[in-house]
Ligand binder design. Structure first.
Ligand SMILES: [Zn+2]
Length: 310
């Protein structure tokens, strides 16, 4: 058994057919974890769709209604960049439910991983860049409403800036957002995160890790979160089709460990969502996400050992 829970639902797949977004990856990750005996069926928890009341803590009533009734305009579907289907809408509600559950389990277990989610381009009143519902913000707002947490930090390492999340929390002192991303990439308009690390095209492992570490130290110096929400994108990978950074698989592993290590040192629980990944070979995207999951399990193991030590 793993020391952390993995949150997964078969209907995370958005069923997009031949689309740049390989939403079958969620099933591939789940199946590989079991097939390679890296996890057991008992390690997985199945989420419920997020309650509409929780979604409405972040999103406008109008946007929720349009998604549920299938009354998005052509322009709204173009901006979302995924074809409309009831299955797609259900998948976003499940992903948000998964991130809520991951955040709740992080508070009890130290860390937890949602094998979906990370839809950081969703704004309160519209979706874009394959993201309809901002599961990260929904999870944080739900836990705040329950008084389970007061403050949260979002560390977003997807290659694309977390514009939706940044905008949602822009004027909120209780949520500290950090985004490390390629500067010259989507989204063109980048609402300010509390810390934005804009990287040059082709940035590699050493530069990336040095800058991330410097800003994590600063962030933890300035802010004491009750929860860290980690958005672990696979798309800073050098073989990514929608990314222009040059991280290796090893560098991405070190990135994950760096974030978990800072959180562990400060005694902060970590909820993880997987976010983007468009490698030429979908197997690479799957492997990068699996590495993020295994590093989380390892970090939980280290915490357990250090708690037992005298
Ligand atoms: Zn991305």
């Amino acid at each position: 058994m793993l020391p952390i829970k993995l949150i997964y639902h078969d209907r995370y797949d958005l069923h997009l057919g031949a689309h740049i977004f390989p939403s079958q990856k969620y099933r591939l990750i789940h199946d590989a974890l079991l097939g390679e005996k890296l996890a057991e069926p008992g390690d997985f928890l199945q989420p419920e769709p997020a309650p509409d009341d929780d979604v409405l803590l972040v999103h406008s009533r109008e946007w929720v209604r349009k998604l549920k009734n299938g009354t998005l305009t052509f322009a709204e579907i173009m901006r979302l960049e995924v074809p409309y289907s009831p299955e797609m809408v259900e998948a976003f509600w499940l992903a948000a439910g998964g991130s809520i559950l991951a955040a709740q389990r992080a508070l009890t277990d130290g860390l937890a991983v949602n094998l979906g989610g990370g839809f950081h381009h969703a704004f309160p009143d519209h979706g874009e860049g394959f993201c309809a519902i901002n599961d990260i913000a929904v999870a944080i707002r739900r836990l705040q409403r329950d008084a389970a947490i007061q403050n949260a930090m979002v560390v977003d390492t997807d290659v694309h800036q977390g514009n939706g999340t940044a905008a949602i929390f822009e004027n909120d002192d209780r949520v500290f957002t950090i985004s490390i991303h390629q500067e010259h990439n989507y989204p063109a308009w980048k609402p300010p995160s509390k810390i934005d690390i804009h990287l040059r095209d082709g940035t590699g492992d050493e530069d990336y890790l040095a800058r991330l570490e410097k800003h994590l130290m600063q962030a933890f110096h300035d802010f004491a979160p009750d929860l860290l929400f980690y958005v672990g994108g696979a798309d800073p990978y050098r073989e990514d089709q929608l990314g222009g950074l040059a991280l290796t698989m090893e560098g991405l592993k070190r990135r994950d460990v760096l974030v978990y290590e800072h959180a562990r040192r400060h005694g902060v629980p970590v909820a993880i969502a997987l976010a983007g990944g468009y490698a030429r070979r979908v197997e690479d995207t799957v492997r990068i996400h699996i590495n993020t999951i295994l590093a989380a399990a390892q970090s939980a193991g280290i915490s357990a050992v250090s708690k037992r030590a005298p």
